[in-house]
Design a protein around this ligand. Structure first.
Ligand code: FAD
Length: 369
């Protein structure tokens, strides 16, 4: 129950001053509470224009029917256009009319602000989503259009643990999320889903803008270094060390590849020291190290392999790959998932690549993501 967390609001400072003024017995007191004009006699005269408007209203009004709690809706809508203009979508604007001087709107806004969770995102880097932007370089494969059960199976041993999360946020939800941020998507020939823009920057920009609109604060150059002895989170910022005591903490610190983009895995020992079980980092989406001959490398490095089929035990994949100086990388290799890593870990033996009758050994991995 969100409202259960609310504490009593302090008295409205303006009303407090008015009360203090009324209670003050000194004859030479000055009322600094309400900003209204008073003449020498202490009266607040009604302006001639207001008198004229009131007379016209009196003559023209056709009903004494009462207003709803929101006030005069026509007036509120007209005012919303005047104050906010078209900077916010009309359906996100709610207007309320309250008697002047009560501070009711401000108090209502404060209650609303307190009733939701206040969220601050801390990131060690100077800007958010740097690795996400890097992922966009390859077109940003968002998800796969294949049948949900088959997609869930691709998570292998992690399937059971991840299944509830996948069901709570399905590939269709992911596509709807991207589209809600103004990014149309399409299904490529491999069945994978990409934003039409084939990059991450417009999606990230719209996402950050939405979060800002929802009141989420972003603190960059704030590196989380663990907890102090009292259990507060410790951040290293440009201004020095800072401690924070949030009611809830979500750690989403990435893996341990592309450290220059922020994902350095330095969090692992911090959690281990607190007794959390941490699985050792292992390459996931990886290129295969292949000992190409010098001649082959000189001739073919950088060449794409279009619509090839790869098979390793039970795992099979079809798609494009790229011959790299060090070996083989690209969508078809990544689509084999964890199979190559598992095969090498299990047998210690190299994988054999058979390409047009030429047999090569792929011995290791070059982590790419
Ligand atoms: C070349 C390339 C291509 C890719 N292509 C795709 C693709 O097409 N589709 C796809 O789904 N994925 C792709 N990926 C993978 C994708 O980028 C990652 O899976 C994704 O970024 C992981 O997101 P994350 O939020 O878990 O971690 P990250 O994106 O790594 O974010 C972790 C954040 O935590 C911050 N951080 C870490 N430690 C601390 C600390 N101690 N204090 C404060 N902040 C900290 C980092 O600065 C970073 O901003 C690709 C990756 C690469 C490198």
């Amino acid at each position: 129950m969100r409202f259960a967390t609310l504490t009593r609001q302090p008295d409205d400072p303006l009303l407090r001053i008015i009360g203090q003024h009324a209670a003050d017995p000194r004859p030479d007191k000055i009322d600094l509470g309400v900003g209204v004009f008073r003449d020498e006699a202490g009266h607040t005269p009604v302006m001639t224009a207001v008198k004229a408007a009131e007379a016209r209203l009196l003559a023209e009004q056709s009903s004494k029917s009462y207003l709803g709690p929101e006030g005069d809706i026509g007036f509120v809508r007209a005012l919303a256009g005047l104050v906010i203009g078209d900077t916010v979508a009309a359906e996100r604007i709610v207007g309320l009319q309250t008697p002047g001087g009560t501070g009711a709107l401000r108090l209502a806004a404060e209650v609303l602000a307190q009733s939701g969770a206040r969220v601050t995102v801390y990131d060690a880097m100077p800007s958010a989503g740097r690795k996400f932007l890097m992922a966009g370089r390859g077109g940003l494969n968002l998800t796969h259009s294949e049948d949900f059960a088959r997609l869930a199976q691709r998570y292998g041993a992690a399937n059971a643990a991840l299944r509830p999360m996948l069901e709570a946020f399905t590939p269709s939800d992911l596509i709807a999320w991207a589209q809600g941020l103004g990014q149309a998507t399409f299904v490529g020939s491999s069945g994978r889903v990409f934003p039409t823009a084939l990059k991450a920057s417009p999606l990230l920009r719209a996402w950050l803008a939405r979060l800002e609109g929802q009141g989420v604060a972003l603190r960059t150059r704030a590196e989380w270094r663990g907890w102090d002895k009292d259990g507060a989170l410790v951040f290293q910022t440009l201004e020095g060390s800072e401690t924070v005591r949030p009611r809830a903490t979500i750690l989403a610190l990435g893996g341990a590849s592309w450290a220059k983009l922020g994902s350095d895995g330095a969090w692992a020992p911090l959690l281990e020291a607190r007794g959390a079980a941490v699985a050792p980092f292992a390459a996931a989406n990886s290129g295969l190290d292949v000992a190409w001959s010098g001649v082959f490398k000189d001739r073919f490095a950088g060449e794409p392999l279009k619509n090839i089929g790869l098979r390793l035990g039970e795992a099979a994949a079809r798609g494009d790959a790229m011959i790299a100086g060090y070996g083989l990388e690209g969508g078809a290799v990544y689509a084999l998932g964890a199979a190559p890593r598992a095969a090498i870990a299990a047998t210690g033996w190299p994988i054999v690549l058979a390409t047009n009758g030429t047999v090569r050994e792929a011995r290791g991995f070059t982590s790419s993501t």
